[in-house]
Write a protein that binds this ligand. Structure first.
Ligand code: SAM
Length: 256
């Protein structure tokens, strides 16, 4: 095992979280937005943007920051899915189009990425997408236990340097929270093309009792499943191939 996998990591705890004050805007901005995208940010985003409720001191620890499904989608959905760091949103839009009975929450702090997803939402008339334009952990910490069926984390920033390892999204604290919000039998998908992140993900997941790796043969993690469209980052895979990790959220009543 390489050194960076042995070091204990300290992570910010959900209890210290205060919802950010801004509501609709991604934190990070890139190139100038076209007038059409700017218009979507101003007109469409407020309608499908998630706002987190204020911290309520009177609530117990397990009720703080709870995001109510009814407040997210105006009509009942068969299931809720979550995509963390959707980039320009191609994957999320693809899933939303094919699984129109599912509600999908996408989190992305990059404003140009949010504008990309908004374009797809408008063009494809998707009514089952909601957007949080900031750190996905805010949403994860706000969601009730056992509320999400599927979580996508596709090509998270690899932070390959050892001294930056604590910034990797796949870490014990985030995985504990993801396990908490997922329903039994739900699926966590992690895609990466980065060798360090591949090794890191395996090392983080292998010990967990709340998840089971669904791969039985190398083909299962080396070949992209049919319902896993290629993302923008995957298309630029650094070694020419990506890894498709699929994990089942184990039943809480058994420790398989
Ligand atoms: C390497 S890009 C991959 C984008 C997309 N998933 C893809 O495969 O094309 C990583 C994305 O994660 C976003 N990101 C990083 N940290 C995040 C966080 N804490 N919450 C939500 N998104 C995050 C970044 O803004 C960036 O768009």
């Amino acid at each position: 095992m390489t050194d960076h996998l042995k070091k204990p990591l300290a992570f910010k705890q959900p209890e210290t979280f205060k919802p950010p004050e801004h509501r609709f805007f991604g934190r990070r901005k890139g190139p100038h937005l076209s007038a059409r995208k700017q218009n979507l940010i101003e007109q469409l985003l407020p309608n499908i943007s998630i706002t987190l409720s204020e911290f309520d001191e009177s609530l117990g620890a397990d009720q703080k920051y709870r995001l109510n499904e009814d407040e997210v989608f105006d009509q009942s959905r068969r299931a809720l899915w979550l995509e963390i760091g959707f980039g320009k949103g191609e994957h999320l839009a693809w899933q939303a189009k094919r699984f129109s009975d599912v509600g999908i929450i996408g989190c992305e702090p990059y404003l140009n990425g949010v504008a990309g997803l908004l374009t797809a939402v408008a063009e494809q008339q998707l009514d089952n997408v909601r957007i949080y334009g900031d750190d996905a952990r805010h949403v994860i910490w706000s969601l009730p236990d056992q509320s999400i069926e599927r979580v996508f984390l596709l090509h998270p920033d690899p932070w390959p340097k050892t001294r930056h390892a604590r910034r990797r999204f796949v870490n014990p604290s985030n995985l504990d929270q993801i396990a908490r919000i997922m329903i039994d039998g739900g699926e966590l998908r992690i895609g990466t093309d980065h060798p360090t992140y591949r090794e890191w993900t395996c090392a983080q997941m292998i010990w967990r009792e709340d998840f089971t790796w669904l791969a039985e043969t190398p083909d299962d993690w080396l070949n992209r499943p049919d319902d896993w469209p290629e993302t923008r980052y995957e298309a630029k895979a650094i070694e020419g191939f990506a890894t498709y990790f699929r994990y089942r959220r184990n039943s809480r009543s058994s420790k398989s």
